[in-house]
Write a protein that binds this ligand. Sequence first.
Ligand code: UD1
Ligand code: MG
Length: 446
Amino acid sequence: MIKTKKELSTGAPAIVVLAAGKGTRMRSDMPKVLHKVAGEAMLAHVVRAAAALEPQRIVVVAGPGMEDVAAAARQAGATDVVIQPERLGTGDALKAALPVLQGCTGRVLVFCGDAPLVTAETLGMLLARTAGSAVAVLGMEPENPAGYGRLKCDANGMPQAIVEEKDASEEERAIRLCNSGVMAIEAVHLPTLLGALNNKNAKGEYYLTDVVAIARESGLRCGVAVAAAAEELLGVNSKAELAAAEAAMQARLRARAMEAGVSMMDPASVFLSADTRFGRDVTIQPQVFFGPGVTVGERTEIRAFSHIEGATIGADCIVGPFARLRPGTVMQGDNKIGNFVEIKNTMLEEGAQASHLSYLGDATIGARTNIGAGTITCNYDGKNKFRTSIGEDVFIGSNAALIAPVTIGNGALVAAGSTITQDVPPGDMAIARQRQINKTRRKKAG
Ligand code: UD1
Ligand code: MG
């Protein structure tokens, strides 16, 4: 990210991501921040946005027993994971991070693990525009403010208090400016401000949002910056909101892909993951799903109704319609994978193709080799998996069963309908099927 001069002068912040909430409204056994958007936990999106600011620390606050949250946080790049012993509110959650924030200077940027669309640009914008404020709030004006805290400002437009919806009067609920959940607080004031919180409110929680009113009462400067797009700060508290975040993220990823030179005939029906990567001039037909870990090379065409995950697809390939590429698929380039072909943990060297109705698992397919319709690599004996190795320029006839472990040499030919249990030497033809017998039928009398 390119930082403006002003941002640089404010210094890198320390970052705290709040992620200890139960997420009761999700009605799920899984911690809220692990629910996925574009194939990745919400927490991972948020931590990545944080990391782009090159902060002093990235502290994630998790709940007791949330080992999976801690692991996801570390994997995404968090420097520290702290535990909030009891879920007593967002203010109490930030308190749990105080010990690891000792020694941090400048400002502490706090936001929620349940707002996966937040970008480093917007976080940087808040820091840049509110330099010098002891407490700064990123405001937003969502179309539907229901559920968000309302940001009350004075005549000069400076924040006075944040009122949570449950505690708000009719008049306060009419305020359009909401708390996005992103705040920047000067590290030196943090212990005092948090120490002054109480839980006398509708939820009986220690609200982090109360630090605004407390700071004002102590004569500290409070600032606000309003996010250009409220959608970016959508907080996910329910499955419906998770779906809304997904839709917004998909729109963002599709726009980014098209910007990079991908053609989509019906963008709204193409589902991408946060890490899907495309070369130029890739074409994607309608109804295609990209799970995590997919790279698609230049000029490759992905035809309708294909399901692809964990696959590296080279340049100039044709995939689908109705293809299924599972993790470990590597296509070197110039490959053709047609309808109803499933591929898993298999390398297709340049020019290899399987045009119809096949399962290729745990295999290597040599350059220019043709896999006939209905070919199956029988890779599993009920207990273990075995590899099938097929050389270059091989022709596998239709409906062949290749019982692994087995090796087919370069230039070999496997006759249609064969069940291959032994290696085939290079250049040989293998036929493994019963010889056909034609029997003369008794002619009808007359
Ligand atoms: C919070 C804000 C609200 C803001 C909204 C933006 C407060 C009191 N309210 O409301 O003003 O408009 O976010 O989305 O801050 N968490 C903990 N420990 C806790 C409670 C929560 O770590 O004890 C974490 C949750 O995991 C979550 C975040 O804090 O990631 C926010 O909690 P949540 O319950 O979603 O707050 P909201 O009601 O959305
Ligand atoms: Mg929330």
